[in-house]
Design a protein around this ligand. Sequence first.
Ligand code: WT7
Length: 648
Amino acid sequence: MSERITSVLNEERRFPPPERFREQARIGTWAEYQERYRRSLEEPDAFWGEVASELHWFEPWREVRRWNEPFVEWFVGGTTNLAYNALDRHVEAGRGNKVAYFFEGEPGDRRVLTYKDMLRETSRFANVLKAQGVEKGDRVAIYLPMIPEAVVAMLACARIGATHSVVFGGFSAQALGDRIADAEAKAVVTADGGFRRGAVLPLKPAVDEAIARTGDVVKTVIVVRRAENDVAMEPGRDVWYHEAARHASDVCPAEPLDAEHPSFILYTSGSTGTPKGVLHTTGGYQTYTYLTARTVFDLQENDVFWCTADVGWITGHSYVAYGPMLNGATQVMYEGAPTHPTPDRMWGMVERYGVNVFYTAPTAIRAFMKLGDEHPAKHDLSSLRLLGTVGEPINPEAWMWFRRVIGGDRCPIVDTWWQTETGGIMLTTLPGVHDAKPGAAGVPFFGVEPAIVDVEGNEVPDDEGGYLVMKRPWPSMLRTVYGDDDRYRNQYWSEIPHVYFAGDGARKDADGYHWIMGRVDDVVNVSGHRLGTMEIESALVAHEAVAEAAVVGRPDEVKGQGIVAFVTLEGARQGDDALREALRAHVASQIGGIAKPDAIHFAEALPKTRSGKIMRRLLRSVASGEDLTGDVSTLEDRTVVDKLLQGS
Ligand code: WT7
């Protein structure tokens, strides 16, 4: 890590919460935020104890927090159950007939599931797991399309105390096998296939291949029938869910679990090759996701909430499966591609279900923006009252488009910074309290104490870039890297002493807003200035010819690193030398000469992971003319890279 990160993005616009929103918001004044935030830091036990008490506990905790750096326990001695709190609690309170999910499959099939339905289906699924020999403490891999059974399977594990490891359905057999082996998953829950872009994406063959690679770890495979494609079933190991469910009771009491019982493992890529199994537990996780979902999305009793993430990612865990369910919210769930069969699919669904709160990723927003305003314009989006983004820094250009075209200039936008490791939202604005600034994640959520520090751990002045760290543990913090406490300690608690190291560069402005500059390995060092690649990308995307941009560094004898930009263009625009020069001049005028790209490659598409993250590691190799090495199994479309290599 080098000494300084220089911040160059200069964004002055701000948008206060609309009066009408503020008046009805769960938290609607700065004073209330301030008072609750102060209390969450000064009296954390009282603060978190009160929040946790809103949920059900079989046995109360003896101690709210026990901190033995770098290991934390929350609600020590308490017993509870995530599925009980997400389901039974609402049914017992008389909300059993409230809709939990409006589900739409890609082909257009629809299902409506109430809380009572979800309780019944979850209990039945839990009984099938038990009948297949799954016990409390066992690990279960879940490899499903985005269908209600995915959430049902997660909650069924939580109900009996099995630890789930959801593997995104777009991952390869190899990636699945690695994760099964690392977690020693005894059972796999999968489907015959799912629907994606009008075709059937088979899942079961990948499971068979993954199991063949992992020896005899997996004892049972439960197969949900979804796409009705032919699959091979291995006798004695594989069972059809619909057949097993026929003999299963739909009553299954929730198991009282220790607050620190491992609820799930979710694998995330590290800077080195092997994925890390991020481990989350029960009592702290449920308390934090409950409160963040409620407060950040300002969930009101009759709201329809739509988080577009797949349950294969942490966003789908915390803000599809758990947080909203813990609040008894009504949600939309969609199986397929956002533009199938027509580019207005999502907006049609917003209109059909009267979605009020819509939470998605910047990469999706940029893709919608590129498709054109005419698609959202076909639909009545007036039900929307709040928008949110997550996953990467959003360039102000896309933010403004989201606000104007989707939000009708009326909806606040929350830009929520967090990570697989943090379990829940850490930095955000509260929609009824804070002005939004395009491109900035906001201020700390309750109980979160961030700092921006230099390499020695000294806090840097406002508006100076540095490393984002957390000065104290929070309830939904990862507990360890599964099976590897050393890696946990080294990765998160050693880089800078006595703080959680997030691995992102950021700066804090004078209002306390955090401007995330990307992963620290996503910065370029030009003549001793570490520049956030995102800020240069924002400048490029602000040019009318540019649709998407990715910036990486390449070695440069004089400057340390030079800047290389990969750019896709709007519509039918063609890239030529004149446009290259215009873009370089544009960046220079927006940011300054230091950020001017040394080279610009025009590309048809950028290489992305299946979750939409640009694979910078690959672009760095292309930019510096190196061989492509390392794992490309998470790449969505391999041909994109081949085209880039030909063009470079
Ligand atoms: C990394 C975590 C949290 C769910 C999805 C990603 C980046 C995340 C933001 C945001 C700027 C963001 C960070 C972070 N990131 N949200 N609002 N603004 N950057 O989870 O795969 O664990 O990735 O995503 O770089 O460290 P993840």
